[in-house]
Design a protein around this ligand. Structure first.
Ligand code: GTP
Length: 418
């Protein structure tokens, strides 16, 4: 087996700024480890996983190089980064590097995963489904359900409920088509490259001027939509009830952080603080180099990064505190991301608004709204302090986004501080 993870490039992750200004979005820590490390951990559980390939267009990216070096050692599996010369879309990179993907003992099939999803990744179950029900499929999509309204924000799948063949696929339809949605996790057979070749040749026939536009292939519109619906048994869907969410906005990171910490609580609780500690509530992960005063109260759903200092009486809830940050005595951090090396003064309060999916709707997904509403105002969301921000003692920062290297000596509410 092989697996390919699509990691995008520097122009992606715009809804994730200012955090993606400091670090490539796929490396942002969720549940205490880089977003794509969860994908890698899922891949290595699959028997005979020979190679994991990351395809993206980050150029000369030192943090990515360092991550790959560490991950290769830690997981003892070849992990290779293949760089597109420019953004080639979700399918273009796969086609461009098809020889690498099929090299060695050519895989009978391979996984493809979007990096910006958080999931319990039922890869073995998907493989079993493919073997038993869809052995000739060109593409097997991992699907999940969303409610009628939110389904419009995703790729929607109409299936034959007996065979699970995909009869119709539409990317972000304008009106309701189906509430089964594409999670961005697939198993491809090498036959997929035949379809991509047709798209590629059609692009060239149009004689588009820019090479990258000619080489660009959109997996969803150009391949999935084309192969579905012909009743030729090419595309199948395996539906899962496992947790799944997209990670598009910084707010969705707080939600994804919670989902992954919950998974650790079930599968490897040793990674988390013991809930018998009086000052730990629910799922909390603390990096071994962080210093937390025993009177600080943390949780639920908190990650404290490397070298962080948390002072006496501080309170942190539903938040991610990134490496090197300092939380002074009695400060309060709720629904927020505190940037690398930022400092929150004594009795200061940094608070955002939760953006969780509606708890009364089992099919609700996290809203993928843009940062601004129609009037150009900031939608209430989590508070983000960029890298190296200082909040003075006793200030209150509410529902705001603070760009790196700011010193805040006033209180702010619903603002972007540039
Ligand atoms: P949006 O809602 O518009 O963001 O669309 P989407 O959810 O379909 O996501 P999108 O197509 O932008 O990205 C899906 C995945 O593919 C993400 O993991 C991206 O990082 C990745 N991706 C997107 N464009 C490219 C590309 O040009 N090259 C590579 N290698 N990956 C890409």
């Amino acid at each position: 087996m092989k697996a390919v993870i699509l990691i995008g490039g520097p122009q992606k992750g715009t809804r994730f700024r200012p955090l993606s200004l400091e670090i490539p979005k796929p490396l942002f820590p969720v549940g205490g480890q880089p977003m794509i490390e969860h994908h890698i951990e899922a891949c290595i559980q699959v028997p005979e996983m020979r190679e994991i390939i990351l395809i993206g267009y980050f150029n000369n990216c030192e943090p990515l190089r360092r991550f790959l070096q560490l991950a290769k050692k830690k997981y003892n599996v070849p992990i290779r980064y293949l760089q597109e010369y420019e953004s080639l879309g979700t399918g273009g990179g796969l086609y461009h590097f098809r020889d690498h993907i099929l090299s060695g003992s050519a895989p009978d099939c391979f996984f493809v995963m979007n990096c910006d999803v958080c999931c319990d990744f039922p890869l073995k179950e998907m493989l079993k489904f493919r073997q038993e029900k869809a052995s000739n499929a060109t593409i097997t999509i991992l699907g999940t359900e969303a409610n009628r309204k939110q389904a419009l924000n995703y790729g929607c799948i109409v299936e034959d409920t007996d065979t699970h063949e995909v009869l119709h696929y539409v990317e972000k339809p304008e009106t309701f088509v189906s509430n089964v949605i594409n999670t961005g996790v697939y198993i491809f057979s090498p036959k997929v490259f035949d379809c991509m070749r047709e798209v590629f040749e059609a692009n060239y026939a149009l004689s588009l001027e820019e090479t990258c536009k000619r080489d660009s292939i959109r997996l969803e519109q150009d391949v999935l939509m084309k192969l579905s619906g012909s009743r030729t048994g090419q595309v199948f869907v395996y539906k899962t009830n496992c947790f799944w969410s997209q990670i598009k906005t910084a707010s969705s990171t707080i939600y994804a952080n919670r989902l992954y910490l919950g998974k650790f609580q079930r599968d490897c609780p040793d990674l988390l603080e013991s809930s018998s500690e009086p000052n730990i509530l629910g799922d909390v992960r603390i990096h071994e180099t962080a210093e937390v005063d025993p009177t600080a109260k943390l949780g639920p759903n908190v990650y404290i990064g490397a070298g962080v200092k948390v002072g006496a009486g501080a309170r942190v809830k539903e938040s991610i505190v990134l490496d090197g940050a300092v939380l002074d005595e009695h400060c309060c951090i709720l629904h927020s991301i505190i940037g690398w090396n930022s400092k929150v003064g004594q009795w200061a309060r940094v608070e955002g608004s939760p953006c969780d999916p509606n708890p009364n709707d089992p099919l609700a997904q996290i809203a993928s709204d843009s940062v601004f509403n129609e009037d150009g105002r900031l939608n209430p969301a989590i508070t983000i302090l960029g890298k190296d921000v200082t909040v003075s003692n006793e200030m209150i920062i509410l529902n705001s986004i603070v760009l790196p290297h700011k010193e805040l000596s006033y209180s702010y509410k619903n603002q972007i501080i540039l």
